[in-house]
Design a protein around this ligand. Structure first.
Ligand SMILES: NC(=O)C1=CN([C@@H]2O[C@H](COP(=O)(O)OP(=O)(O)OC[C@H]3O[C@@H](n4cnc5c(N)ncnc54)[C@H](OP(=O)(O)O)[C@@H]3O)[C@@H](O)[C@H]2O)C=CC1
Ligand SMILES: O=C(O)[C@@H]1CCC=N1
Length: 272
């Protein structure tokens, strides 16, 4: 399909829709081929100013879009799906809602071609990563198109079992928040050990990105890279002893389990 022929509707035009469109508009289709259904007046105006077509409620414009991306909160997915269903003819359905299972959304929409995804906010700068799973029976061409849409904002990982998307949600979906918290902590720590705010910020950000790049580009395990920083009887050992004592790693693992459990629970809670 030529890019000028592809039209995509976003149902819900908030944070994630904005992040996704910033990557795909101009690459996969012109912004004028993007239609956004959004209840918030200010957001609708912002989309219009960006060059997208907009509506406050589902209407015939939806029926003409080849792809629909549901980007509303899981809590309202069922009601929004039911309101949009009368306009679904031949569109590929993509959902980015946490927890909501493909079979539930397919049932509300009587859809047969559906891909469920879990992107993340670094998509905004093309540095996202998304987990994807398709409703059984979704044709390969549709899986490919969904993959291309998400690949326009970062990496794409297909999972074998849809239930693994709860794990993706706990790791990379929510993960940017854990990383931002770590950055916040490093900056606060910098202030506590006598640096000023600008120095702390610069040192924290460069350390996070430098260590991340080193881990990605090295063939060695993160644990070995960590050991190389840790001189016997030195400063890192002193810091890591406190982290070990306070259960830092175990806390991260427990936090992720809580996120995965919540994703599963939201599937039950908002999927019936
Ligand atoms: N934020 C993230 O990091 C990630 C989020 N997700 C998933 O993406 C989805 C969207 O999240 P996010 O973008 O953060 O949420 P936002 O709240 O920023 O965006 C959702 C938008 O949808 C609007 N909306 C509510 N009801 C309707 C309706 N009936 N029709 C059209 N629009 C409606 C909301 O308006 P109003 O606020 O006025 O209700 C809001 O502007 C969620 O399901 C979330 O699980 C997935 C990956 C990462
Ligand atoms: O917090 C949430 O529920 C969503 C899903 C992943 C990131 N934000």
């Amino acid at each position: 399909m030529r890019s000028e022929d592809l039209s995509i509707a976003f149902i819900g035009g908030g944070n994630m829709a904005s992040a996704l469109v910033s990557g795909l508009a101009g690459k996969l289709c012109p912004i004028g081929n993007i239609h956004v259904v959004e209840v918030n007046d200010d957001l609708r105006e912002a989309w219009r100013a960006r060059g997208a077509s907009v509506s406050a409620e589902p209407d015939e414009a939806l029926a003409n879009c080849q792809v629909w991306v549901y980007a509303v909160k899981p809590q309202v997915m069922k009601a929004v799906a039911i309101a949009t269903e009368p306009f679904l003819r031949d569109s590929l359905v993509i959902s980015i809602a946490a927890g909501i299972r493909a079979a539930d959304l397919a049932r509300w929409l009587s859809a047969t071609r559906l891909v469920r995804c879990m992107p993340n906010t670094p998509s905004l700068i093309g540095a996202g990563i998304s987990g994807l799973a398709a409703l059984p029976g979704t044709p390969d061409a549709d899986r490919e198109l969904a993959g291309q849409i998400l690949a326009s904002v970062g990496e794409v990982v297909w999972v074998q079992e849809e239930s693994q998307l709860d794990g993706v949600t706990a790791l990379s979906g929510s993960g940017p928040a854990y990383v931002f918290l770590m950055i916040e902590a490093l900056i606060e720590g910098g202030l506590a050990v006598g640096l000023d705010a600008a120095q702390s910020r610069a040192l924290a950000l460069a350390t996070m990105s430098g260590a991340t790049r080193l881990a990605a580009e090295s063939n060695e395990l993160p644990s070995l890279l960590r050991e190389r920083v840790t001189s016997k009887g030195g400063t890192t050992a002193a810091a890591l002893a406190v982290m070990e004592q306070d259960g830092f790693k175990a806390t991260v693992v427990r936090a992720m389990q809580a996120a995965a459990d919540r994703a599963h629970e939201m599937g039950d809670e908002f999927g019936n």
